[in-house]
Design a protein around this ligand. Sequence first.
Ligand code: SF4
Ligand code: SF4
Length: 204
Amino acid sequence: MLITQLKQKEAIESLVQGKTLILNCHGCKEVHFPEEEAVELQKELSANGDVTAIVTTDYICNPDHLALQLKKHMDTISAGDTVLVFSCGVGVQTAAKYLEDKKVFSACDTYPLPGFQGVTPLEFDCGQCGECYLNYTGGICPITACSKSLVNGQCGGSKNGKCEVDKDMDCGWELIYRKLEKQKKLDTLNYPTKIRNYGNPDAE
Ligand code: SF4
Ligand code: SF4
């Protein structure tokens, strides 16, 4: 079981960069999602006129399902600047891969909760680190796409794009760098790394 929590309101407001489509996941049984809170905030975000559409669906972590749900919104997405995703880290990574040329941001952080984690086979994984880095790393998770879960860049051991720990695996940090380079967004890598809170924010 995971829990997603909205980032600070000011942080989310700063992610509405130009014309923005909001992608809102209903959640699933493995993820607790603060849907009412999210819907209220999305209404406020819509008031400034930059939000072009709010698309609510379930299982955005399933790439085929996501493609189907976004089909009729692709013109709006193409004409816009940003897609702001309200979901767990897996959903954001799936959307960022599908909309490779767009700025895809996460409005949420994902935390672990004890219990059943679900068995759905997914392309991406979220390490539930509690402070999502996807907004800095082009929607590629540095915790799960890097064998050492490095949050401050490549270790230097990568060869021909492959990880030094597992030669069958692409180096996550090389993927992050190449994607941001293509999007001309390498400056986003200058983010501050700090000690993270991996705990459940609602726990005593
Ligand atoms: S950075 Fe990775 S592990 Fe952390 S919340 Fe985001 S997707 Fe999950
Ligand atoms: S080679 Fe890349 S993926 Fe592997 S540990 Fe180093 S930075 Fe991480």
